[in-house]
Design a protein around this ligand. Sequence first.
Ligand code: ATP
Length: 407
Amino acid sequence: MLEKMTNGSKRGDGGRTAGEQQDEDRAMIRLEALTKRYPGQRQAAVEELDLEIPAGRIVTFVGPSGCGKTTTMKLINRLIEPTSGRIHLDGRDVTEVAPHVLRRNIGYTIQQGGLFPHRTVADNIATVPRLLGWDRERIAARVDELLDLVGLAPQTYRRRYPKQLSGGQQQRVGVARALGGDPQVMLMDEPFGAIDPLNREALQNEFLRIQAEVRKTIVFVTHDIDEAVKMGDRIAIFGDGGVVHQYDTPERILADPADDFVSDFIGAGASVRRLSLTPLGALPVPDWPTVGDSAGGEERAAAARRAGHGHLMVLDDDGRPAGWLRVEDGAPGERLPLLTPLGPDATLFDALDRMLAANSSALAVVDGDGGYRGVVTMDAVRELINSTAAHAPRPHGSGGSDALQEV
Ligand SMILES: Nc1ncnc2c1ncn2[C@@H]1O[C@H](COP(=O)(O)OP(=O)(O)OP(=O)(O)O)[C@@H](O)[C@H]1O
């Protein structure tokens, strides 16, 4: 369905002005010494939690069952009240805001969408706009706009009831409903938990695309570390009693876990997971010797002499990769077919996967328009896997690994 985020960037940071960046670095939600002790429970569900959630970012809460993720989320929109501590939303103490007003400014989705079964899709999505007193036309336009945004044709879906939708479609409507009143903040409690793995990946990608457009402040609860890594600009790793063991970017959590609990939780395969955080669009892809497809014999021979041995990348008249030309002892040899090039959205994980599947050690990399950018090799990917924490890409795609330059 929809592509992964480009540009280093499920975060979609490209083209942001310094002012916008600064705006999004401010805390939208600030939790201070937040504690919740349920009646009759000896251990607190959440204890002395301090956490800042930056504006316009996705923070994933991940951890084993019963460690206080949902409780923290419900404290934020006052579905439950804290035992002690403070919650600030956009600089304001939430206890100063009436709960119903607060919730209009905080979208909330739960597993399986939590839709009202006896209301149509349109009525479900219109819930908050109605509470906000919008007129009919504005609400109808908003419903259609949101259905389009989540990839459901308004004509087909607006009059359906939830039971006439697949689980994935219900989930999309749940997201559309949470976005209904254009809230600043979205709280999403295992929103894709009940979806099969294939549709789940599609929904994740789609949601990241939507987020690049709407830039909400999002708290996203999940059990699944892979989902936390994929969706989160930052991850909070919760342990027993609502204790946060590490709160950091996915890159740093995978490269440098704070303690044994975090290491155990992220488990084996952290290096491979890190590969999926690095889109080729955010990396300096090394150049490779090329030759034009329409080059004459002389030019071709000269290019082969320069290359000496190996392969030349053949480019068509529009500068797109068209194939490989084998070079032996400085002379052009046989022409070899091209595997589908990797686009800017492809990650290093995709590059490795494609190379292993095709038994190839080098793949062409193209820009968004299909123009040639360079070549990624198996050695470059291997280098990254072996690299240490020092090579971890900087948060928000600002850095990127140097490993590729070593090819
Ligand atoms: N209403 C309640 N009354 C008493 N105890 C509760 C209540 N809700 C949650 N708890 C307890 O608080 C702790 C934290 O629960 P919470 O639902 O926040 O965890 P969680 O991390 O979201 O778990 P899961 O991943 O299984 O959804 C658990 O021990 C749970 O049993």
